[in-house]
Design a protein around this ligand. Structure first.
Ligand code: ADP
Ligand code: MG
Length: 475
């Protein structure tokens, strides 16, 4: 029987399958299609350029052994790289990103080394054609360095960010991780870096994306069978900015794909900028290998601004909005709103709204009213650690006991309450809550939440627990 591309490839596959992990086999070999056999040369079709690079980097030896077994010492492998569906078009195609942001920053051309007419890449690999793809950078031009007020609380992060913006990929701050609490300017500074780079290096491809959106795109790509296009897309970026990476916690699939993208970008001298609400050492449920990458560059903290900085931020904002306000009032706000910049801005916005709506002057009494409301209404964000402490205290346990494996009823209840409050009062996922409260899985947390819900309806004593702890946590 004469050999065909399919028969040769099937034999190769069964050899390969025996020699690598099932998951790797599924990811890297199942998507390949054998398309041609001529003499000793087998052509296989792969979904993206990244795919072929990956095969070359990780599986070339294995592939060679498999092929030589089938086709002899002169065996050759030819890759056919398939991209999107518009091979015939010579026009640049546009990759659009869903965004609600308006986007006045020009789309950026990117060079994709793929020739759409001649799709064969021969081994050894020369890269044939060039194709332009347009990517929207998703940057908000109002978040720039000029509008980011400098102070002791942000000096390190700000100057590291400017260094990165001056020389993306060319400093040792790669990745640059900016971390800090809510409303302290992480998103602002992340955009500022991107905006500055676009100013200085219009040809660089910059992309800002939140971790949520990145995760969603990844999930969609898995569903739509376009995981490799997803990876390929991100590997074309020169400056990748990912906001709120703590959100990747517990999401192993997304972490895994990000790990590969990160490595590729880093190896190629591309800049990665990350933000997070905590320092790498405090991150939960992020794979070790990813955490260690985060620590390669620089982690810079944004702290809560001191009084002088708060005054400058207010003045700066008033100046940009063209509003005048007596110093006395500005100082009053800066004195009373301490936790974060978003709240400072919130007070200003509602003052301006009130004053213009009611045609009122900015008076100290109006200011007091608004500041009071703000201070009362801003619920403190509680952490899972804090919840565990409060619940343990309440039941006179220590946290280690609460987290232990014991099945004693009152301890189980305390643990379930901690899980319930963690779900109610934090944004953490079930998986992340479980792993922080005694290394349980998400199903256990879900069960705990249901149990607490049920018990609060049927058991008076239990209801008291919930009310008491709620009070303790909200004060
Ligand atoms: P985070 O992402 O850390 O939660 P943001 O970047 O969204 O915080 O900042 C919240 C608001 O505070 C934004 O409107 C931002 O412009 C403003 N802000 C934060 N820090 C500063 C600063 N140093 N100077 C001027 N505005 C700031
Ligand atoms: Mg943010």
């Amino acid at each position: 029987m004469s050999k065909t591309a399919t028969s040769v490839w099937t034999e190769c596959l069964s050899f390969i399958q025996d020699n690598i992990k099932q998951q790797a086999y599924k990811t890297w070999f199942e998507p390949i299609k054998p398309i041609k056999l001529s003499g000793e040369a087998l052509t296989i079709q792969v979904p993206s350029k990244f795919f072929y690079e990956w095969l070359e980097e990780h599986y070339i030896k294995l592939l060679r052994v498999a092929l030589v077994k089938q086709l002899g010492d002169d065996a050759k492998l030819i890759y056919d790289v398939r991209m999107e569906n518009n091979y015939s078009s010579n026009n640049p195609h546009t990759v659009k990103f869903p965004s609600s942001n308006r986007n006045p920053i020009n789309p950026q051309g990117v060079t994709v080394p793929i020739d759409f007419n001649k799709r064969e890449l021969k081994n050894p690999f020369i890269i044939p054609g060039i194709q332009k793809v347009k990517i929207e950078s998703q940057l908000n031009p109002n978040y720039n360095f000029e509008s980011f007020v400098e102070g002791d609380s942000n000096r390190l992060a700000r100057s590291a960010s400017m260094a990165v913006a001056n020389k993306p990929g060319g400093t040792s701050f790669n990745p640059l991780l900016v971390y800090g609490g809510v409303g302290l300017g992480k998103t602002h500074i992340a955009h500022a870096i991107g905006v500055e780079i676009k100013d200085k290096y219009p040809d660089k491809t910059v992309l800002y994306i939140s971790s949520e959106k990145f995760t969603q795109q990844y999930i969609d790509s898995v569903k739509g069978n376009t995981r490799n296009d997803f990876i390929h897309f991100y590997q074309m970026i020169d400056v990748l900015i990912i906001d709120d990476v703590q959100f990747l916690s517990g999401k192993t699939g997304t972490q895994d794909v990000f790990f590969h993208i990160f490595n590729h970008l880093h190896q190629n001298g591309k800049q990665v900028i990350l933000t997070s609400d905590k320092a790498p050492v405090d991150m939960q449920d992020i794979e070790q290998r990813l955490l260690s990458r985060f620590k390669w560059g620089l982690s810079a903290e944004l702290q809560a601004p001191d009084y002088e900085t708060r005054v400058s931020i207010l003045e700066n904002k008033l100046y940009r909005d063209g509003v005048e306000m007596p110093n006395e009032i500005v100082q009053y706000i800066a004195k009373h709103i301490k936790s974060n910049v978003r709240e400072l801005e919130g007070v200003l916005i509602s003052m301006i709204a009130q004053a213009s709506f009611n045609r009122k002057e900015f008076t100290l009494s109006l200011t007091k009213q608004i500041v009071d409301k703000f201070v009362k209404n801003t619920k403190r964000e509680v952490s899972i650690d804090y919840i565990q402490k409060i619940v343990s205290n309440y039941f006179e346990l220590d946290v280690a006991t609460l987290q232990s494996k014991t099945r004693k009823r009152h301890i189980v209840q305390a643990r379930q309450l901690a899980m319930y409050f963690a779900k109610r009062m934090t944004k953490a996922s079930l998986a992340s809550i479980g792993s922080q409260i005694g290394k349980r899985d998400h199903a256990t947390v879900l069960h705990a939440c249901k149990t607490v819900d049920n018990l609060t309806e049927t058991d008076k004593q239990f209801r008291r627990y919930v009310d008491d702890i709620t009070k303790k946590l909200t004060f």
